[in-house]
Design a protein around this ligand. Sequence first.
Ligand SMILES: C[S@@+](CC[C@H](N)C(=O)[O-])C[C@H]1O[C@@H](n2cnc3c(N)ncnc32)[C@H](O)[C@@H]1O
Length: 246
Amino acid sequence: MKSFIPWIGGKSMLANKIISMFPDETDRYIEVFGGGGSVLFAKEKHALLEVYNDANGQLVNLFRCIKFHREELQREISGYVNAREVFEEIRERINMCGFTDIQRAAMFYVMIKISYGADGRTYGCNKKNISPDYLSDIEKRLKTGAGVVIEHKDFENLIKVYDRPKALFYCDPPYHRSENYYNIEFNDSDHERLNRCLKTIKGRFILSYNDDDYIRELYKDFDIISVSRQNNLSRGEYKELIIKNF
Ligand SMILES: C[S@@+](CC[C@H](N)C(=O)[O-])C[C@H]1O[C@@H](n2cnc3c(N)ncnc32)[C@H](O)[C@@H]1O
């Protein structure tokens, strides 16, 4: 299934390729930089224990509301229409206190859906349907088996907590020199922190990055595979890397 939300840097076009590289013996699957969860949703189940994580609190709140309060969230979203005034008003109100988690989740969902390229900053001027019918399938997916654990942590602590020999970490961090698309600060010291952390884990990792000399140098001791995908905005080809430790 596809994700319910467009997300900058989302991996919907590469999800099947990435999944085809997953090792067989995996008892826990951890999506460290979850975003819209394209890789998580692309398969019915990745492992007995599945974890979705992101440092963006609004996004994590939305995932939790879909899992635990889907009907109320759906009702709240249906009160919105796709219009510039609605977008501007949500932008002004979303960080104010006094809203419930469900109200904030609905605002965040609508804001991302109707913004330009899912940037959440500029109105998209399109006729995109914001109907949330699809959310019941997403709710089911998040509740399948033991259910997907939804975390809101910085990657380093998350990786430490879930690291085991049969763990698989899928890491899709902000790309090098494209970090400011997200509301969370991420800089070279974070790329290096991630590198140090992944070098010492007991489990396996698969890491996505843009094709960049700095990243190639950081991961020169690992298996680096070049892939390319269609670039949504320029319609050209965009080169990416898939890096793994197995
Ligand atoms: C490239 S996007 C992930 C896209 C996702 N794979 C998808 O398919 O939609 C990177 C994500 O990393 C999150 N992020 C940024 N800094 C983080 C941190 N220190 N720890 C965990 N997540 C972080 C951002 O909020 C963003 O959602």
